[in-house]
Design a protein around this ligand. Structure first.
Ligand code: NDP
Length: 288
C-alpha cells in the first residue's frame, strides 16, 4: 500500500512548534522577528506568492513588511533599499522576490543582501557555506524536502538517491543538503539534468527519486523502480490545474511513498522560510 505524504499536515505541525518558539523569543528578547519582502514590478505570480508569505508570517506570529517598488526602479535605488534593510535592527530576514525587471542585475541584488539576513539562502556566501557542509541557512524548498524526509523517517543513508534538476534554487542545494555528514543525509547521489542521456536509465535505479524539473508529468510509470520513494517538487500549471513533474496517477501504486502535487512539498516551503526568519532573528540578538 503506497503511503501518500500529507504536506499540509506536516506544514501545520511545523508551524505550531515554530509559533511557540517565536512567542518564546518575543517574550525573552522583546523583539518580534520580522521578514521584509522586496519586489519590483507587478509580476502576478510574485504578487500571489508574496500574499502567501504574508499569511505564513501571520500564522507564525512573525512581522511582515512589503516593499513594492515600481518596475522602472533603478538598480541603484534597489541596492539602497537593501542597504537600509541590512542595517535596520528590526528587520531579521530579507527576501528579494524574483523575477526583477530586466534592466536590474538579479545576482548583484541578491549578493547585496546581508548573509545574516539572507533567509532565502541566495547569497553566494550562504550557498558556499552549504557547499562546504557548514550551512547557515538552507534554501527553503530543498529544506522543505529535507524536513519532510526527516519527519516521515525517510532514511537516505545507504540508498541511492536520484535528483532530477540542478537549479540553484532546488536541485543543486538539494544535493548539497543530502550530502551533509549528518543524520537523514549521507546520501549516495546521482544528479540528472537536461543534458543527461537516457534519463530513465538513472531514474529506474533510484531508491529515492526527487523530481525538480518543471516539466509536467515527465516522470512516467516505466521510469521508476518498484517500491521507490518519490518526492515531487514540480509545480506546473496545466489547464488551470497544478500538476507535478511525476505522472502521479500512473506511478502511485508502484511507489512505496509519494508526495502529491498539490499538497506535498509546496505547503512546507513557506514554513521553512519562517523557520529561517526566526533563526536570523536569533543571529541578530547574538551579534549585538
Ligand atoms: P529550473 O527551470 O530552474 O530548473 C529545472 C532543472 O530541470 C534544470 O536543472 C534543468 O536542466 C532540468 N531539466 C529540464 N528539462 C529536463 C529534462 N527533460 N530532463 C532532465 N532534466 C531536465 O526550475 P526550478 O529548479 O526553479 O524548479 C523546478 C520545479 O520545482 C518547477 O516546477 C518549479 O515550479 C518547482 N518549484 C517548486 C517549489 C515549491 O515550493 N514546491 C519552489 C521552487 C520551485 P539544466 O540545468 O540542464 O537546464
Amino acid at each position: 500500500m503506497t503511503k501518500v505524504i500529507d504536506g499540509r499536515r506536516i506544514a501545520k505541525e511545523i508551524n505550531e512548534s515554530l509559533k511557540a518558539r517565536v512567542e518564546n523569543f518575543i517574550n525573552e528578547y522583546k523583539i518580534t522577528p520580522k521578514l521584509a519582502v522586496v519586489m519590483a514590478g507587478g509580476d502576478p505570480a510574485s504578487l500571489f506568492y508574496v500574499k502567501m508569505i504574508a499569511k505564513s508570517c501571520e500564522r507564525a506570529s512573525i512581522d511582515f513588511e512589503k516593499h513594492s517598488l515600481p518596475s522602472e526602479t533603478t538598480e541603484e535605488e534597489l541596492l539602497k533599499l537593501i542597504e537600509n534593510l541590512n542595517k535596520h535592527k528590526k528587520v531579521s530576514g530579507i527576501i528579494v522576490q524574483v523575477p526583477l525587471p530586466k534592466h536590474i542585475n538579479q545576482e548583484r541584488i541578491q549578493e547585496a543582501v546581508n548573509p545574516c539576513k539572507d533567509v532565502d539562502c541566495f547569497n553566494p556566501i550562504n550557498m558556499g557555506r552549504l557547499a562546504l557542509g557548514k550551512p547557515e541557512f538552507l534554501p527553503c524548498t530543498p529544506y522543505a524536502v529535507y524536513e519532510l524526509m526527516k519527519r516521515e523517517n525517510i532514511v537516505v543513508e545507504g540508498k541511492h538517491t536520484v535528483i532530477v534538476g540542478r537549479s540553484n534554487i532546488v536541485g543543486r542545494p538539494m544535493a548539497l543538503i543530502l550530502l551533509q555528514k549528518k543524520q537523514y543525509a549521507n546520501a549516495t547521489l546521482t544528479i540528472c539534468h537536461s543534458r543527461t542521456n537516457d534519463l530513465s536509465y538513472f531514474t529506474r535505479q533510484a531508491d529515492i527519486l526527487i523530481a525538480a524539473v518543471g516539466k509536467p508529468e515527465i516522470i512516467k510509470r516505466d521510469m521508476v523502480k518498484e517500491g521507490a520513494i518519490i518526492i515531487d517538487v514540480g509545480t506546473n500549471e496545466v489547464g488551470g490545474k497544478l500538476v507535478g513533474d511525476v505522472a502521479y496517477e500512473e506511478v502511485l501504486d508502484k511507489a512505496s511513498i509519494i508526495t502529491p502535487v498539490p499538497g506535498g512539498v509546496g505547503p512546507i516551503t513557506n514554513v521553512m522560510l519562517m523557520q529561517n526568519t526566526l533563526k536570523a532573528a536569533g543571529n541578530l540578538v547574538v551579534s549585538e
